[in-house]
Design a protein around this ligand. Sequence first.
Ligand code: DQA
Length: 265
Amino acid sequence: MIKRPKICIPIVATNYDDFIEEINLIIGMKPDLIEWRVDQFLSLLEVSNLTVEDIKLELVKPLMYVSSILEHEKIELILTLRGKHEGGSAELDDTVRMMLIFWAMTQCKIQYIDLELELYDHGDATEKDEVLSLLFKQIVNEARTQNIKLILSNHDFTKTPSFQDMVAIIKRAQSLRADLVKLAYMPSTSEDVLSLLAASQYGATVLNQRMIALSMGEIGRISRIIGGEFGSEITFARGTYPSAPGQMSIESMLHSWDSVLMDEI
Ligand SMILES: O=C1C[C@@](O)(C(=O)O)C[C@@H](O)[C@@H]1O
């Protein structure tokens, strides 16, 4: 029987009214998880002119709303405040971003936090890097204390790394105590999709690492349906708007699984 991963739908609203409308629509779609893309929510604000406290004020209402309504609906929440260099939408400094993530974790019930692995692994040891590494460790510790699952992620919207590079990324994230490692890449060829799935399976079976693996765009779409067979535990479907190229509606996803299962062997 084909293994179905959990389905996550992202909220990509850019203001509070749209946010409320979107979340209620998405709840009606009955996903297993909802990802709040906080970077999208902040994307129309001049965040570089705001203090961290100002940004917290913008976030507090939607944060309380999303966490309480999802707890009531028994849908899990992934909080993502992604950096620009990995496809995020807000012009936020990495340090501010990490401070906001940490703060959000202390405000309400969140089940998963998504952090780019790159936030920890970013080359030269400058003073700023040290601050970032410290904040990274604080977030990891807070996640442990509160039993929030830590997703360490890596994205590339232009290409797919080699199989060896993907395995190295999984091992690195594993050494930083990731609960789940997420790989999301754009393929140029179908071989890239195969490599991504192979890396996911290697992570899940050989490295014993919980995985999420997505190949984006049109060629990659198949990975969103069959990823479960290759160890990927969560797939992303489109809600009101997609948060990445290639996302399908939840109905198409369920339909594709049903049609494979219903056809007798
Ligand atoms: O990392 C991912 C996966 C994703 O990029 C996708 O390809 O569906 C969508 C993002 O919202 C999420 O954070």
